[in-house]
Design a protein around this ligand. Structure first.
Ligand SMILES: Nc1ncnc2c1ncn2[C@@H]1O[C@H](COP(=O)(O)OP(=O)(O)O)[C@@H](O)[C@H]1O
Ligand SMILES: [Mg+2]
Length: 263
C-alpha cells in the first residue's frame, strides 16, 4: 500500500527491481468468437502493490481477473505469477492457482457448509493442512474480518456483507501471494459496502498484493497505489488515484467518470 511502502523500505531489504514483480502480463490477447475482449494487455503488479481496475461494463475487467487465475484461457501472450507462467492444467495448476486468491461479486460460498467449513476446506483438501490447524487458523482469519462469531452458521444465515467477509477469509486461508477482487461490493446493500471495504483496506495496510476491480473511489483513494482504466478490452490509462480521478486524460475516462460521479 502506498502509505507504508516508503517508510518500510530500507536499503538492506530492498529487493532488485525484478524480484519485486509478482504478476506480469505481456501482450495478452483474448477473443470470445469475434469479440476481442483483451487487447495487447501489458500489466505488471509488484509485491505489496494495490492496483485498482476501473472501467465500463463489458470492458474486459472480469475476463482479465479470470485470465490471471486461469479460470479463462488466453489466445496469446504470457501471464506469470511470481516469475512462473501459469501451467495449462493438472496438479501444478491447482498449486499455482491457490497462489491467487479470488473474491467475486457474488459470494460463492458453499451453501451447505458452515462458515468455518467454508474456510477450512481448501487448506485441508488442497494444502493438506491438519484439521485442527486449519480450524485454528480459520478462526483467526474470521476474527480478522470480524465474523468469528458467525463461524458455525450457514452462509444463508449471514448478511451479504458478512458473507463477503467470509469469502475474503476463505481466500486468505490458502496463503495466496496475490488477491483478486472482482467488484466485491457491487452486489451488496449500501449499508454493507463499508464493512467489506474496511476489511480490504486493512489487508492492503498489511502489505497484501491486491488487484481490485471496483468503482468505489473512496477505496481507490485510500488504498490504491495505481489505477488502471480499461475500455473495450484495452488499458487506456494508468495513473495514481489522485491523478486519475482529478485529471483523467482520455475522453473515455472523462466520460466514464462523469457518469459514475453523477450518481
Ligand atoms: N464466456 C463468455 N462468452 C462470450 N462472451 C463473453 C464471455 N464472458 C464475457 N464475455 C463478453 O466479453 C466482454 C467483456 O466481459 P467482462 O470481462 O465480463 O467485462 P467487465 O467485467 O468489464 O464488465 C463483454 O462483452 C462480455 O459480454
Ligand atoms: Mg465484470
Amino acid at each position: 500500500m502506498n502509505l507504508d511502502s516508503a517508510a518500510s523500505a530500507t536499503p538492506q531489504d530492498t529487493p532488485t527491481a525484478d524480484s519485486q514483480v509478482l504478476v506480469e502480463l505481456r501482450d495478452v490477447q483474448k477473443h470470445f468468437g469475434e469479440l476481442h475482449v483483451l487487447r495487447d494487455i501489458d500489466l505488471t503488479v509488484t509485491h505489496g502493490e494495490v492496483l485498482v481496475v476501473i472501467g465500463p461494463s463489458g470492458s474486459g475487467k472480469s475476463t482479465l481477473c479470470r485470465a490471471i487465475n486461469r479460470l479463462e484461457t488466453i489466445d496469446s501472450g504470457t501471464i506469470e505469477i511470481d516469475g512462473k507462467p501459469m501451467p495449462a492444467e493438472g496438479k501444478e495448476l491447482a498449486q499455482l492457482r491457490s497462489d491467487v486468491g479470488m473474491v467475486f461479486q457474488s459470494f460463492n460460498l458453499f451453501a451447505h457448509k458452515t462458515v468455518l467449513e467454508n474456510v477450512t476446506l481448501g487448506p485441508i483438501k488442497v494444502r493438506g493442512t491438519k484439521k485442527s490447524e486449519a480450524k485454528a487458523e480459520a478462526m483467526k482469519l474470521l476474527e480478522r474480518v470480524g465474523v468469528d462469531n458467525q463461524a458455525n452458521k450457514l452462509p444463508a444465515q449471514l448478511s451479504g456483507g458478512q458473507q463477503q467477509r467470509v469469502a475474503i477469509a476463505r481466500a486468505l486461508a490458502m496463503h495466496p501471494k496475490v488477491m483478486l477482487f472482482d467488484e466485491p461490493t457491487s452486489a451488496l446493500d449500501p449499508e454493507m459496502i463499508n464493512e467489506v471495504l474496511d476489511a480490504m483496506v486493512e489487508l492492503a495496510k498489511e502489505g497484501m498484493t491486491m488487484i481490485v476491480v471496483t468503482h468505489e473511489m473512496g477505496f481507490a483513494r485510500k488504498a490504491a497505489d495505481r489505477v488502471v482504466f480499461m475500455a473495450d478490452g484495452q488499458i487506456v490509462e494508468e495513473a495514481t488515484p489522485e491523478e486519475f480521478f482529478t485529471n483523467p486524460q482520455s475522453d473515455r475516462a472523462k466520460d466514464f467518470l462523469s457518469k459514475i460521479l453523477t450518481h
